[in-house]
Design a protein around this ligand. Sequence first.
Ligand code: OSB
Ligand code: MG
Length: 372
Amino acid sequence: MKIDQITLYHIRMPYVSPFQTSRWVETDRECVLVRLRSSGLTAWGECTATQHCAYSYETTQTNWHILGDFIVPIVLQADLEDIPGYRAAIVHLTGHPMAKAGMEMALWDLFAQRQGLSLQRMLGGSGERVRVGVSVGIQPDTDKLLEVVAGYLSQGYRRIKLKIKPGRDVLDTAAVRRLYPDLRLQVDGNSVYRLEDAPHLKALDDFNLLLIEQPFGEDDIIDHAKLQPQLKTAICLDESITSVTHARWALELGACRVINIKPGRLSGMHEGRLVHDYCRERGIPVWMGGMLETGIGRSANLALASLPGFTLPGDISASARYYAEDLIEEPFVLNPDSTLSVPQGPGLGVRVRIDILKKVTLRTKKYRLVPQ
Ligand code: OSB
Ligand code: MG
């Protein structure tokens, strides 16, 4: 299938409130979108990297560079028929999973549309709804945290994730747990702790958490393997798992008992599905992470999260949790059972609001195949 035109958009959309993690704060979603045109179809992808190299080394700027200078020329030259074909065409490009995943998402959208299938069907998912929760950033103080959590619970979210950091971990978690003894609750350290913190992290065992996400560094599967046997609570790795091979290493070493799947971190939904399949065969629960995506990326996450091994609620919240105006025609709305509905139309199943896209675009670049 020849791609006639590829457009990159560099966009910036303000969040409804700043998102503070243990190591950085985000106030806007600044990312690269990919639009493909082929045989009368239009397809979209979203790269997850933001303006800062904080969650990982990739940034909006590196996504723009790697896509524009390497991936786009390959895709325009190639006559791609499927996702494995795309992966083979870029296999020599080292690193930059989020840039690769942004193009892969657009190709999934394109191929699914061509076959008249929803992305969910194309990926092998099923069901109309996916269970979701909300990821709560670090708040100025514990009282404010309790207010924010109460707000999300009143909106219907039935699973809460707290971002934690040293000094804002055990007491914050205890305060939320005291008020909500039965709430599905989990925490995320975003790589800020070290093995010396193990005795302190053990205190989190008292709160009946679903899991403790990524306490140690992204390159640190070994120390996670030393921590897990010291805890009753399951460790879940996020940043550390960038391929199905990393998932195997982590599980073989006993570094975690749960894995978080983010297609961006894993270079695309294809690898995300491989991690899902690998974990499912071994009875390891997985769940869908989030990177505060616009409605484009979130619809892809919902489709993938409808695979059967996603047994824990995902970080996939309603549009209003992130943006005053999402990029899509029908914003995602939380169902009363703390689920989101999986789009059923062809491809991603969402329509991009061009009026909003225009408002949030900082720059665009169009690429076509130049005949040799
Ligand atoms: O570690 O899971 C994370 C957002 C940006 C970067 C990293 C993370 C997150 C979240 C937000 O926790 C999840 C969401 O999209 O709602
Ligand atoms: Mg995380």
